[in-house]
Design a protein around this ligand. Structure first.
Ligand SMILES: [Zn+2]
Length: 89
């Protein structure tokens, strides 16, 4: 398995996945700046740096280790905001 830098050198873009937002984004980087980008980049959405995963963009990545957990968390948050709305009325 070639390193990320080697793959960028081979002409591949980089995909950044944020585990906090569950969002992926494709970014174009130069091989010389890969390491700098990886250490400096923050998520454009939540400004997190610790929960980012870097992959070659050709990999179609979807975290799937526990899709049920994501679903339940999503339901929990929507329930919570719905009950907040109810309390305000
Ligand atoms: Zn994020």
């Amino acid at each position: 398995m070639p390193s990320l830098k080697e793959q960028v050198e081979a002409g591949c873009d980089l995909r950044v996945w944020c585990f906090r937002c569950n969002r992926g984004k494709k970014i174009a980087v130069l091989p010389q700046t890969v390491e700098k980008v990886i250490t400096k980049l923050i998520c454009g959405q939540c400004k997190s740096r610790d929960e980012l995963l870097f992959l070659p963009a050709k990999t179609d990545f979807r975290p799937s280790k526990n899709p049920m957990e994501d679903l339940v968390a999503g339901m929990f948050h929507s329930f919570r905001s719905a009950s907040k709305r109810r309390r305000r009325d």
